[in-house]
Design a protein around this ligand. Structure first.
Ligand SMILES: [Zn+2]
Length: 318
């Protein structure tokens, strides 16, 4: 029977985090790295939505660090109110971003990914990685919040970069944002070419391109980080990653998992991300991303892959 990898709060709290290590004997792989159950050497801590602390070797990165959470209507029958004002929960920001980080990896420019970055960058001392549009939005948010970003910490990406550090490498892939609904409508994905100090509403934070990050640590293990449930079919990773931070896609998760399996392969672990209703408090998270469907799809397409559903703020050791 496939081991269930849901981590309970009690277990995580009691253990001070949970080691996710394999117990099943190695068998021949159908494709990719499924049977390899060696510890990968990454520690992942979920902050809600697509926000993560990612630690490995002696390095920590933040991914899409948004913790402010406010009501947008996104998951209501009426849908998202594009005029929702961007606000900041300063107390939660202070509590959350409480340690140094090497960099903040932006996957795309939507409000639920980048709004808190001016504060998170200052608190952690991190560089900010993103496209020209992402960086212009972060600059704009910093001015709006009265918290300008440090220009010397901005790292411009286009997708296609490989950054080599002494112990690890980060490869940046061009990506795409998943389309919405049965007609597969894509957002307008506007790019911000100027800094706008009056930025105020969530609709002003456009996608501005999407990026995927693949970190290879000193053990040669690879973690792939997605920002929405999609990837560019013409910008695939050079090999199947060992683990994937995998945003769910609600009703459309099954074809996405199938496409991932067909084009990229079978990772050892996928960690469900961006599945919580961010209009509601994070504790406890309310699943609107259909993690059960993700599990079911993975079971049929990549049966040796472990699906991990994170508990907020509980470190996962993979
Ligand atoms: Zn999002």
């Amino acid at each position: 029977m496939k081991r269930r990898a849901f981590i309970t709060s009690a277990a995580a709290a009691g253990a001070g985090g949970l080691a996710i290590t394999g117990t099943s004997p190695a068998q021949s792989a159908d494709r990719g790295k499924g049977p390899d159950r060696q510890p990968l050497g990454f520690t992942l801590t979920w902050l809600g939505v697509n926000g993560w602390w990612v630690s490995f070797d002696n390095t920590t990165f933040l991914v899409d660090p948004w913790v402010s959470r406010y009501t947008t209507g996104t998951f209501s029958p009426e849908g998202q109110d594009p005029d929702t004002k961007i606000t900041w929960d300063r107390a939660r920001i202070e509590r959350t971003f409480d340690r140094p980080a090497e960099g903040i990896l932006i996957t795309h420019g939507h409000f639920d990914h980048i709004s808190d970055i001016p504060f998170a960058a200052t608190k952690t001392g991190a560089a900010i990685w993103g496209t020209e549009s992402h960086l212009n939005l972060v600059r704009s948010l910093g001015l709006r919040a009265g918290h300008p970003v440090d220009e010397t910490k901005l790292s411009l990406l286009r997708g296609g970069e490989e950054k080599n550090f002494p112990e690890y490498t980060v490869r940046v892939l061009r990506s795409v944002h998943r389309p919405f609904g049965p007609r597969q409508i894509s957002g307008t994905a506007q790019s911000r070419t100027t800094v706008e100090p009056a930025v105020e509403r969530i609709s002003e934070l456009g996608e501005g391109g999407s990026l995927i990050y693949v970190i290879t640590n000193s053990r040669g293990k690879q973690l792939m980080i997605l920002g929405s449930a999609d990837f560019s079919v013409s910008d695939l990773p050079s090999s199947c990653p060992d683990a994937v931070i995998f945003p769910t896609a609600g009703a459309s998760v099954a074809p996405f998992v199938k496409r991932f399996g067909n084009l990229i392969g079978t990772p050892q672990s996928i960690i469900a991300s961006h599945w919580d209703n961010f209009d509601l408090p994070l504790q406890p998270p309310t699943d609107v991303g259909n993690v059960a469907a993700l599990r079911e799809a993975a079971r049929s397409v990549m049966p040796r892959t472990r699906v991990i559903q994170p508990v907020p703020h509980a470190p996962i050791h993979i």
